[in-house]
Ligand binder design. Structure first.
Ligand SMILES: [Zn+2]
Length: 261
């Protein structure tokens, strides 16, 4: 779904949710974002300013069959549900299937494991659809924000190497102010940093790919909590998580506008 004032907004932000099936707070946030944006445009001064300047391209559920599977059969499922070369095991980890260091030393080539990278870069139809869309919209896309859970982290490239990105300081600055805004509501604390050094090395992840093709403000949120409930975040935490995360996203959007990125 594209949200923004098409008359005046020339730049875009891609918002990706639900790439990992069991991380239910992620699609919940995308739905929340869409509802807030359309309800408060023209009423809330800040939201109006943001949507007059930026088009948000929101993908609420990247991994559709995996997500359905978590509702019907296995709450802790992560990958999609496509067949693999092993006829007993299903699913590609879509966040390992992007064409960036796909074949690197951290690649998981075991079809039965949770991080299976697929048979080739962009082998999954979901990855193909999203990368096609992003390539087509590339000239306007200035930022890419992916939502996962859990651990309360705000991460940026790279994931496949410990090297710092050319605009590392800008990414850090943007993350810091976003997290200050997030914390202001319920005092929720996050850690920030590059994926590789903050959590673990990954190959073929979406934000490394978007960064590599030119979207220099690419981020990943790992939303609440810190592990008490993990993927099974209780229903009563959904609203608070979405509200505070919204403040972080608004801060990032303001940064793009104010710095004329
Ligand atoms: Zn995830």
């Amino acid at each position: 779904m594209k949200i923004g004032n098409q008359e005046s907004a020339k730049k875009g932000v891609f918002v990706e949710c639900g790439i990992h099936a069991r991380e239910w707070i992620s699609p919940a946030f995308c739905q929340w974002f869409i509802a807030e944006a359309v309800k408060t445009y023209g009423k809330n001064k800040e939201m109006t300013k943001l949507l007059d300047s930026l088009i948000f391209h929101v993908l609420p559920v990247f991994n559709i069959d995996g997500y359905v599977w978590t509702w019907t059969s296995d709450r802790m499922w992560r990958k999609n549900r496509a067949p693999t070369p092993n006829d007993k095991c299903f699913g590609t980890d879509l966040n390992r299937n992007f064409n960036i260091s796909w074949d690197g030393i951290y690649r998981d080539d075991e079809p039965c494991s949770g991080g299976y990278a697929g048979t080739a870069p962009e082998s999954a139809p979901e990855t193909q659809a999203v990368t096609r869309y992003i390539r087509d919209s590339l000239s306007s896309l200035k930022a890419y924000i992916s939502f996962h859970s859990f651990s309360q982290l705000l991460l940026y490239p790279y994931g496949y190497t410990s090297e710092a990105t050319p605009n590392h300081e800008k990414l850090e600055e943007m993350a810091k102010s976003a997290l200050k805004a997030l914390q202001s509501l319920y005092n929720t604390t996050y850690t920030y940093g590059p994926i590789y050094t903050t959590i673990y090395p990954v190959c073929g992840s979406s934000i490394d790919w978007t960064y590599d093709i030119g979207i220099k403000y690419s981020f990943v949120f790992e939303l609440r909590d810190e592990g008490e409930y993990g993927f099974l975040l209780p229903e009563h935490d959904i609203e608070a998580t979405c509200e505070e995360t919204m403040l972080a996203v608004k801060s990032m959007a303001n940064y793009l506008i104010d710095q004329d990125i």
